[in-house]
Design a protein around this ligand. Structure first.
Ligand SMILES: CC(C)(COP(=O)(O)OP(=O)(O)OC[C@H]1O[C@@H](n2cnc3c(N)ncnc32)[C@H](O)[C@@H]1OP(=O)(O)O)[C@@H](O)C(=O)NCCC(=O)NCCS
Length: 183
């Protein structure tokens, strides 16, 4: 079950990022920070993403998440690591249909972000809204620059970045682009 209640929230859970959002075709989704209890729903999202979306998100062919990786993805400190999920109820079951996150990268000292929207919800304005909210959270947490690694074929992600209107630079490396966005 998607835990949308204000109970069972981990320490530091920033409830102010909870919000309803209406996508372009009128469907409503509930946006909130991720919680440790989201492990199964996150796996469910991964299993429902197309191969193409998985490739564009992970630049590889991830089909499962190890327990350690699930910990890493669901247990965040909401400051240097942050994730927002979009939840809906479908056929009486809760689902996470999108996730947007940033995390501190120890090797570079920078902050990286990424987003994935389930295929049947893509193109509805959800990805853009989630990245916009994630950038707000990052800014409030003192992060000034944030980067994303983007496959050159990923027109949707490039359009999304342009649509947000933040200044950015991009550089190619080994066939992929790193976008550095000023917050
Ligand atoms: C990239 C992604 C997050 C975008 O989210 P989305 O909800 O589908 O996109 P939105 O509806 O918010 O649209 C954002 C912009 O991209 C454009 N866009 C959306 N889908 C597009 C597509 N398939 N091709 C070209 N442009 C597209 C929209 O027109 C919009 O631009 P606009 O505001 O100027 O009209 C989503 O498609 C996705 O999850 N893709 C697979 C995983 C991935 O690529 N993640 C990014 C890794 S960094």
């Amino acid at each position: 079950m998607a835990d949308n209640s204000s109970k069972n929230t981990p320490p530091g859970y920033p409830g102010e990022y909870e919000a309803w959002f209406t996508v372009k075709d009128g469907r409503r989704v509930f946006l909130r920070p991720i919680k440790p209890a989201d492990r199964e729903l996150l796996l469910d999202l991964l299993h429902r993403l197309s191969d193409q979306s998985i490739f564009l998100r992970f630049l590889g062919h991830l089909r499962d998440l190890s327990p350690d990786l699930l910990d890493h993805l669901t247990i965040v400190n909401y400051v240097s690591d942050f994730a927002i999920v979009a939840t809906v109820v479908e056929k009486s079951e809760d689902h996470i249909i999108a996730v947007c996150r940033y995390h501190y990268v120890r090797d570079t000292g920078g902050t990286e972000f990424a987003v994935a929207v389930r295929d049947d919800w893509q193109g509805t304005g959800l990805g853009k809204e989630m990245v916009r909210r994630l950038f707000d959270a990052a800014r409030k947490n003192g992060i000034r620059r944030i980067e994303a690694v983007v496959d050159p074929s990923n027109q949707a992600m490039m359009k999304l970045l342009n649509a947000l209107g933040r200044p950015y630079t991009s550089k190619p490396l080994h066939g992929i682009y790193t976008f550095l966005v000023e917050l």
